[in-house]
Ligand binder design. Structure first.
Ligand code: GTP
Ligand code: ZN
Length: 201
């Protein structure tokens, strides 16, 4: 293992150990009564390890890596990107939750803004980790405030959790909405304007 990577204020995590992940999947197959050496399962531990490497790639990224800024637009009103598809992994059951994120911010007085795609990249940095929806939502908003020095930020995430649809309570279709509102977007009028833009279809 290489040295752990420290994520700003969010604890330490290590490199992805593919061999260890493969061994764990092999053990899981044995634990559920399967034969990991039968034809169809022989390559499965390696496939699953690669899948987890991809799904959890946000553990090896920091928001600063993607939320780069540019200074030349002079736009000082709200920028909102809607319907950014998300797939994340619930940290309680390691089952996916998926849906959309709506991400808006009011740029800093200095005019510091970012490319629109960078907002979607920021969402992925935090979605591709073991998560709970509330933390995913607040981490995106807090990054906008910190890195862009935004005057305000709003993040709304709507998602369906597989741990609620394929097991346990088994309620497919149930959607959870979470929001995080920061800075000037907490002002009632600005917040209402943002929410009406988010809800408009
Ligand atoms: N707040 C929150 N809860 C979540 C999220 N993802 C999953 N959960 C919930 O986490 C809880 C874990 O509850 P536990 O009682 O420890 O686990 P469990 O016995 O598997 O719970 P059930 O799903 O009710 O069968 C469940 O209620 C899940 O619905 C999330 O993003 N946010
Ligand atoms: Zn869950």
């Amino acid at each position: 293992m290489t040295d752990p990577v420290t994520l700003a204020g969010e604890g330490s995590i290590g490199e992805f150990d593919e061999k260890r992940a493969e061994n764990a999947v092999r053990e899981l197959l044995i634990a559920v009564g399967e034969d990991p050496d039968r034809e169809g399962l022989r390559e499965t531990p390696a496939r699953v390890a690669r899948a987890y490497r991809e799904i959890l790639s946000g553990l090896r990224q920091e928001p600063e890596d993607v939320l780069t800024t540019t200074f030349d637009l002079g736009h000082d009103e709200m920028v909102l990107v809607k319907d950014i598809e998300i797939v994340s992994l619930c940290e309680h059951h390691l089952l996916p939750f998926h849906g959309v994120a709506h991400v808006g911010y009011i740029p800093a007085d200095s005019g510091k803004i970012t490319g629109l795609s960078k907002l979607a990249r920021l969402v992925d940095v935090y979605a591709r980790r073991p998560q709970v929806q509330e933390r995913l939502t607040t981490q995106i908003a807090d990054s906008l405030m910190r890195i862009l020095e935004a005057r305000g930020a709003i993040v709304v995430v709507e998602a369906e959790h597989m741990c609620m649809s394929v097991r346990g309570i088994r309620k497919p279709g149930a959607k959870t909405t979470t929001s995080a509102v920061r800075g000037q977007l907490r002002d009632a009028t600005t917040r209402a304007e943002a929410m009406s833009l988010i809800l408009a279809r």
